[in-house]
Write a protein that binds this ligand. Structure first.
Ligand SMILES: [Fe+2]
Ligand SMILES: [Fe+2]
Length: 219
C-alpha cells in the first residue's frame, strides 16, 4: 500500500497545494494515520481504508475551484481518475469509492449513518477524530477565518437539539463547536475511536469553558 500511496502523493499534493481552510494535505495525512491505527484494532481492508482516507476530501478542492457546493459523491469521477493510475482490483476500487461517498454522514444529521461496512465506518471515524481536540480547535478557526465567519457571536442563541445541516455555515466558530464538534465524540462508530475521542472531547470542553470565562472578563 505504501507504494500506491507514494504514487498518488504528487497528484494529491498538487491538488491540495494552496488549500487554506483546514482541509489541506496535512489533514489527509493525519486522517490516513488515524484510519490505519483504527484498522489495526477494528479490522477491515487496510488498503481500501488507507487509500479512501487519503483521497476522502477531493470534493473540497472541487468546491474551492468552482465556488459551488460539492458533495463527496460529486468527487467520485475525479477520484476514479486517480484510482485508474494505480494497480488495484475493480472490487477494491468500488469499495474505496463507496467509503468516500459516505464518509460525511453523522448520526445527528437528517439521514443519520446509513452504511455498515467497517471500511466506511473507520474512514468516518478517522475524519471526525481529526475534527475534534486541539487539532479540531485549530482547524475550526482556520476554516471560519477562510470563510469570513467570526469566532463568536454572543447575541445569536445556540440551536441545541436541532438536526445538523452541513450545507449551512454556523453563525460563528463557537456555534460550530456546539452544533457539530461537541456532538462528534458520541457519534463515533468504533470502540477504538470512541476511546480516542474521549480525551479530545474533554479538551474541547475545557477550552470552551476557558473561552467563555475570558470573554466575560472573569479571568
Ligand atoms: Fe470530508
Ligand atoms: Fe476530511
Amino acid at each position: 500500500m505504501d507504494k500506491l500511496l507514494a504514487k498518488l502523493e504528487t497528484r494529491v499534493q498538487d491538488m491540495f497545494h494552496g488549500e487554506k481552510s483546514g482541509h489541506d494535505i496535512h489533514h489527509l495525512k493525519r486522517t490516513l494515520n488515524l484510519a490505519l491505527k483504527l484498522q489495526e484494532k477494528e479490522g477491515g481492508d487496510r488498503l481500501v481504508i488507507g487509500i479512501a482516507s487519503y483521497l476522502h476530501d477531493i470534493h473540497r478542492i472541487i468546491q474551492n475551484e468552482t465556488g459551488k457546493r460539492c458533495s463527496p459523491k460529486d468527487s467520485l469521477p475525479k477520484v476514479n481518475e486517480l484510482l485508474d493510475e494505480i494497480e488495484i482490483t475493480e472490487n477494491q476500487k468500488e469499495s474505496i469509492l463507496h467509503c468516500i461517498e459516505f464518509h460525511e454522514e453523522y448520526a445527528f444529521s437528517k439521514e443519520g449513518v446509513t452504511v455498515d461496512d467497517i471500511e466506511s465506518l473507520i474512514v468516518q471515524d478517522a475524519d471526525n477524530l481529526d475534527g475534534i481536540g486541539a487539532i479540531g480547535i485549530g482547524r475550526t478557526f482556520t476554516y471560519n477565518g477562510a470563510h469570513g465567519v467570526p469566532m463568536w457571536e454572543p447575541d445569536i442563541p445556540f440551536a441545541d437539539g436541532e438536526e445538523y445541516n452541513d450545507e449551512v455555515h454556523d453563525p460563528s466558530a463557537v456555534h460550530h463547536f456546539r452544533n457539530k464538534l461537541m456532538r462528534l465524540a458520541d457519534n463515533m462508530n468504533t470502540k477504538t475511536a470512541k476511546k480516542i475521542a474521549r480525551s479530545r472531547h474533554k479538551f474541547m470542553e475545557e477550552y470552551l469553558e476557558e473561552f467563555f470565562e475570558e470573554w466575560k472578563g472573569e479571568k
